[in-house]
Design a protein around this ligand. Sequence first.
Ligand code: URA
Length: 243
Amino acid sequence: MSKLTLDRILHTQGFGTRKWCRQLIAAGEISIAGNVITDTNTPLETDGLEFTVLDEPWIYREHIYVALNKPANIECSRKPSHHPGVLTILPDQFTRRDVQPVGRLDHDTTGLLLMSDDGAFIHTQSSPKHHVPKVYVAATQDPVTPELIERLLKGVKLHDEPAPLAAETCRMIDANHLEIVLEQGKYHQVKRMLAAADNHCTALNRSQIGNLKLDELGLAPGEWCYLDAAQLALLTAPFTKQT
Ligand code: URA
């Protein structure tokens, strides 16, 4: 439980500088339970606080945890150069709160991407020590063969990696698609592993992180949702291997 004045609340939620937030309040643009609030002196309980800004409803969130179905041709880097950045898909308030992608997907990789402004969460999720399995579906240029699956499971040597990297699990989906589960998150890892196994990845989609499945979130490409506590717990729950 914590109490903050309304201008501070708006500032923490990404609505701008304290001065700008006070101006919004003075202009009567903020309502709580249908009542316009112009008081900036009385601290308000933030836990579960619902408010509207310029008629748009918001809920106070100490941190933001978001799942996004990343479309192709969007960059995850902080300074995107060739395509729009992933933050352009999300409300401007998120950029002001310093919401960032948790790890990265290549500009042409689609699928499940987590975003947050919680530094500890970002660290845990992306740290190699925490072994969060990630499930990818790769389209391959050449047919998927039992030998290809075996090589990916046994481990392939990538240029600039000291030891071979192996898939946790890997299975054929159809003649030109395979599902691969990785615990590491090396640069272009799926694409480079397929190349090292003498095939070529023509398209890549991340379908799952831990036990959080994109399918079950019901997000079309470009859509996002907040993650609740139960969904966040799926990220760290013991991983259910694919069958
Ligand atoms: N592996 C890749 O090659 N690219 C991604 O975007 C993610 C994993």
